[in-house]
Design a protein around this ligand. Structure first.
Ligand code: DGY
Length: 434
């Protein structure tokens, strides 16, 4: 156990940059990513609290004047990533950061609950609370941005306008949306497939779709109202919204600890009430026994089960009865004896692919969320299993980005894929083992 933790620390130390942030993986992801940063800060808090603080400070430093926090902060001119700063052109938005170039899209809002995790882990609580005091308003403003700009029908459910905002980039959940689009073939040079085998990454045609949505947003200078009106991709994602709800709760509890801030607390309570009730009404699919995505552009639910379907457990969204239904769905579809928990996509569905990024492999950040989620509902056995599976995969293969969920693949012994020495795999392993 100590050896594994030390190896994880080595990974994080090697990926830490002079600018005060941690890259997800050398070569493949050479900048700062929003939700990666959050998970990384949790791991860092266990052994170097100053680095953890720097990680969050650096991210918040790139916040836009309207509260928006971008999904990638381009701290340097690295040419080994596509699409880079020159493609995204965040400067088109009048309120974008003057300090850092970034993308014009975001990622799941984990920063609120990450602050609370840092407080849980920190030994010097007073010092950490001071840090939180200095930074919490920025995270609150980020939530304010969502409620103001990402919820056109005032439902308490935010939309994402790009699959990269979901974090689950090439999930089969998006396939039917790609079928509604017919983007031009862009002439671009992929960089990711020079670092990782193309069979483990999205296809070129998928990238055409990804780029096309960005082109539409850029034509309108990343104006939220225009994007809501015109983006062919507009989805209410259970993972994204569960992260927001969990973070709302964390901000509320942290503000209570700090004292004052009555207006913020009132807003947070109202947001929570609206979001949780609508989430349960709109995103739960009874036949599947799981939460699913809602395609807001085409006004229809997407009846597919993915690991995102279970993430509401982490945010305390379902009641106990519904949580038990979720557990049953997870174990029935994802939890056979021949499998590690938890595949990122339904292994019983024909779209499942055990090696391809978010179309099936196990991801450690999702396992971490599910571990705490299952535990909170008293599902101790499933929680221990998901933790043991995560540790076993990393111990056997290394700190990979994602892993084949099948115990017997009939192929090579190594079933870790994507980037190696991947930061959040290391960071969250530290948290699971401490
Ligand atoms: C990538 O480049 O694949 C990233 O996941 C985008 O955020």
């Amino acid at each position: 156990k100590e050896n594994l933790i030390n190896s994880a620390i080595d990974v994080l130390d090697a990926n830490f940059q002079k600018g005060g942030f941690t890259i997800p993986s050398e070569g493949l992801y050479p900048f700062q990513w929003k939700w990666d940063s959050g998970f990384i800060a949790i791991g860092l808090s266990h052994y170097n609290i100053e680095k953890a603080k720097a990680e969050i400070k650096t991210l918040l430093d790139a916040q836009w004047e309207n509260g928006f926090i971008p999904h990638i902060v381009f701290h340097n001119e690295n040419k080994s990533y596509f699409p880079g700063a020159d493609f995204h052109r965040s400067e088109l938005h009048p309120l974008s950061s003057k300090k850092f170039k970034s993308t014009g899209m975001t990622q799941p809002p984990v920063t609120g609950f990450v602050l609370q995790e840092m407080y849980r882990i920190a030994e010097d609580k007073e010092d950490m609370l001071n840090f939180i005091k200095d930074n919490i308003d920025k995270v609150y403003q980020n939530h304010g941005y969502f409620y103001k700009h990402r919820d056109p029908q005032d439902e308490g459910l935010m939309y994402i306008y790009h699959n990269w905002e979901s974090g689950t980039d090439n999930s089969p959940v998006w396939d039917d949306i790609w079928d509604t689009m017919n983007p031009p073939e862009y002439n671009f040079e992929r960089k990711d497939t020079t670092h990782v085998d193309a069979s483990q990454r999205p296809s070129n045609r998928e990238y055409d779709h990804y780029l096309h949505i960005i082109e539409i947003a850029k034509e309108h200078n990343y104006d939220d109202a225009k994007i809501a009106e015109l983006s062919p991709f507009l989805v209410q994602d259970p993972l994204f919204n569960a992260m927001l709800i969990k973070s709302n709760q964390a901000l509320l509890e942290l503000y209570e600890l700090i004292g004052g801030k009555e207006a913020e607390k009132l807003n947070l309570r109202q947001w929570q009430k609206k979001s949780i009730s609508r989430f349960n009404q709109k995103l739960f699919n009874k036949e599947l026994g799981a939460y699913v995505h809602y395609d807001l552009r085409n006004e229809k639910a997407i009846p597919l089960v993915s690991s995102s379907s279970f993430s509401p457990l982490f945010a305390g969204i379902p009641d106990q009865e519904r949580a038990e239904i979720l557990l049953k769905t997870m174990l029935d579809k994802f939890g056979g004896d021949d499998k590690y928990l938890c595949a990122s996509f339904d292994p019983t569905d024909e779209r499942f692919d055990p090696k391809k990024y978010w179309r099936g492999p196990v991801w450690i950040n999702m396992n971490w969320l599910l571990y705490y989620g299952l535990k909170n509902y008293g599902f101790a056995k499933a929680a221990e299993r998901i933790k043991a599976d995560s540790v076993e995969l990393i111990e056997r293969d290394g700190f990979f980005e994602y892993f084949d969920c099948r115990k017997e693949t009939g192929e090579s012994k190594r079933t870790g894929y994507g980037g190696n020495n991947f930061s959040w795999s290391a960071a969250l392993l530290i948290d699971l083992l401490k």
